[in-house]
Design a protein around this ligand. Sequence first.
Ligand code: ZN
Length: 277
Amino acid sequence: MRNRGEERTGAFPRQVAPGVHWLAVGRGLLRSNVHFVESGESWVLIDTGAAGSGPTIRGAAAALFGPEACPAAILLTHDHPDHAGSVRELAETWHVPTWLHPDELPLAVGAMAAFHDYANPLDRWVILPMMQLLGTKRADAAIAKGSLKDLVRPLDLRAGPPSLPGWEIIPTPGHTPGHIALFRRGDRVLITGDALLTMDVNSPAGFVAREPRISPPPRFTSWEWPLVTRSLGRLARLQPTLIVSGHGVPMAGAGIADELAGLAERMRGRRSGSTAR
Ligand SMILES: [Zn+2]
């Protein structure tokens, strides 16, 4: 029988590993995955989807944990609008802290220099020229509006993710400077954010087909490709048995570690090939 949360939002998370629930939210290019991860009596929300995903996520949380459901914390894998778009609405409704990697803070607090220093191709070709057209005052106002300055706290990397004992923070810079993945070594469950995806978004055919495939992050929204390659290698060495990514469906099974290792190897080869030229 469906419960109220499911009826209201039409979205019910799928349990993909013990205590790990997966849900895709949003539409089109901004469709992304969020995760409800249980720990003892509490749970943590990982990523928040695009702007406007708050009601769906709250409905899904209520369906999973009851009408008063409230996480112990919100964790962001990175500060992109399709993952952090609803963080303000959710954090302010639930009154819970939001954490991200210290290296992601300059982007999250809206430091203009950070937008230039950490610009990805989309920023360089579209966003920054548009800001220039807006003029300094309006561009600053737009950035201030999106700032998470009063909301986010820097993770203590040595302490591990707050409220999630048994999980490790895996720094995976490249897609953004302070990107993180989360790994539960006990059963080798890996939540990757956009450090790697389980669908191919770098070819139009792959994007349309949406077939499960371990793939690199979107090139046009990734800051530093050599670091993307290095982080993929780091994730491959974890030999996960379940990959839950920021876009695409969860992938499980003995073969995925090899598939990931193969991708990391090919990317490393391409990188050293291009360095040699
Ligand atoms: Zn992203």
